[in-house]
Design a protein around this ligand. Structure first.
Ligand SMILES: [Zn+2]
Length: 454
């Protein structure tokens, strides 16, 4: 049964062809399974290609390319005057696995219920993918002649899998996606207790690095123990690591983050946010912020023990003990320096520290006025009082591959979500209906502003 409000909304929707198109594209994307296990991003890419061609995009400007038949990527181009270098609009097509029995609704049926759209990928990242397609078609219909090409890339294997689409495109089709800079996921609006707080712009990411810690011993019979024990060496080293904090280091993005966020926080935290920006830092400020894991992670490199293994029999002295330590390094920090720091903290020559795989460092994208200006202006127009906050991602997105390739990347979408109810990667993933169309309007205005003079 429809409530009157939903009926009004449905009527309004029916009157807006742009929203109707975004809705239809979104539904189509959600209902094409793009999981790594059994799905296909090629199917989703081809469905989007068909829509663009039907809207009048020439064959040559709509490409589906990829390493195999299941991991296709869409790259489409709306041609501009070429006065400026292209703008790349990125979203990933693949989604995290979702089992029907774990959900209260079918994850691969697009469902509107209680003011939300439900389905795997509604927040991560098919809303953005749908909005890019709908926006490109809208520009085409409106006859927009941007001063730069607008490239939409919808890609595979962001969440996992062996064929990351952005990495693959950078390596194999750089010419198709080469751009002045890119817009991507990773930002977004935050709602707290029903109040719109901030529109976040992700301009930097921490760098992922695992290390294996290992101690080797001669071993022997456990009835004749010796003090030189592999498990004791490793455990004592890890206990020292548990007490250790990496030094605080701020960059352009995290400085701006603390500056902007200070005004929105209750007194002790807001006060501490202002204090960490001062030099020298007043005592206690870092400690106040460090109690909150997210703020702690924004200030410093973190390394934490995540796996532990040792011994081979209940009645034998251990010959090997190993641990995995997962580090999230600040951009600009050298993995070798972090390894040296770990060796110093563990303070035991018996413990070896080896990187598991080479790090993929990416540098922060500069907060250019050319990009931040329109984001600030449109945010103020659409949500008066909401602040724009640059953030450093503590995890990783595909922005990493673009930044490594020299294409600055900004995670921004104007799609607001309740910070206490994020369901990306989880069960019953959903996105507010109003928030979806607001995001569509925000991104339409933003891309237009970034690609037309004045
Ligand atoms: Zn994502």
């Amino acid at each position: 049964m429809r409530t009157p409000i939903l009926a009004v909304l449905a009527a309004a929707l029916a009157n807006d062809p742009h929203q109707q198109l975004a809705h239809d594209v979104f539904k189509e994307l959600i209902e094409i399974n793009t999981t790594n296990s059994v799905g296909s991003t090629t199917r989703a890419a081809e469905a989007m290609a068909a829509r663009l061609k039907a809207a009048g995009f020439p064959e040559d400007d709509v490409r589906v390319v990829g390493p195999n038949e299941r991991k296709g990527n869409l790259v489409a181009r709306l041609r501009g005057t070429g006065a400026r270098r292209p703008l790349l609009l990125l979203a990933h097509l693949d989604v995290v696995e979702a089992r029907k029995e774990d959900w209260s609704v079918d994850p691969f049926i697009f469902l509107e219920k209680d003011g939300y759209y439900y389905g795997r990928g509604t927040t991560d990242d098919k809303a953005m993918a749908a909005i890019w397609i709908a926006t490109l078609i809208r520009f085409k219909q409106e006859g927009l002649k941007p001063d730069r090409d607008l490239i939409v890339a919808l890609t595979a294997d962001e969440e996992g899998g062996d064929f990351n689409g952005v990495q693959w495109l950078v390596a194999n089709h750089r010419e198709l996606i080469d751009a002045d800079y890119a817009l991507n996921e990773g930002g977004g609006g935050s709602i707290k207790d029903g109040k719109y707080l901030a529109n976040r712009v992700q301009a930097s990411e921490k760098v992922y690095q695992d290390f294996t810690l290992e101690v080797k011993n001669a071993g022997g019979h456990s009835s004749l123990p010796v003090k030189d024990n592999a498990i004791y060496h490793l455990a004592a080293g890890l206990a020292r690591l548990a007490q250790f904090d990496f030094p605080v280091r701020l960059n352009e993005v995290t400085r701006a983050f603390f500056e902007r966020m200070a005004a929105t926080q209750p007194a002790p935290v807001g006060e501490a946010m202002r204090a960490v920006l001062r030099s020298p830092r007043p005592p206690g400020a870092v400690e106040t912020l460090a109690r909150l894991p997210y703020l702690n992670a924004m200030m410093r490199t973190t390394c934490v023990a995540t796996m532990l293994q040792g011994g081979h029999a209940a009645n034998a002295l251990p010959q090997t003990a190993t641990a995995n330590v997962n580090c999230r390094m600040l951009p600009g920090e050298a993995p070798e320096d972090v390894r040296t720091t770990l060796l110093g903290v563990l303070a035991d020559e018996a413990i070896t520290v080896t990187p598991v795989a080479p790090a993929k460092p990416s540098s922060p994208s500069p907060l250019k006025p050319e990009v931040m200006g329109p984001i600030e202006r449109i945010t103020a127009e659409m949500w008066p009082g909401v602040i724009v906050v640059p953030v450093m991602g503590t995890g990783a997105t595909d922005g990493l591959y673009l930044r490594r390739a020299g294409i600055p990347t900004y995670g921004v979408d104007g799609i607001f979500e309740d910070v206490d109810d994020t369901r990306a990667h989880g069960r019953d993933e959903r996105l507010g209906v109003k928030q979806f169309y607001d995001g569509q309007e925000f991104l339409y205005r933003l891309v237009k502003a970034l690609s037309t003079a004045g």
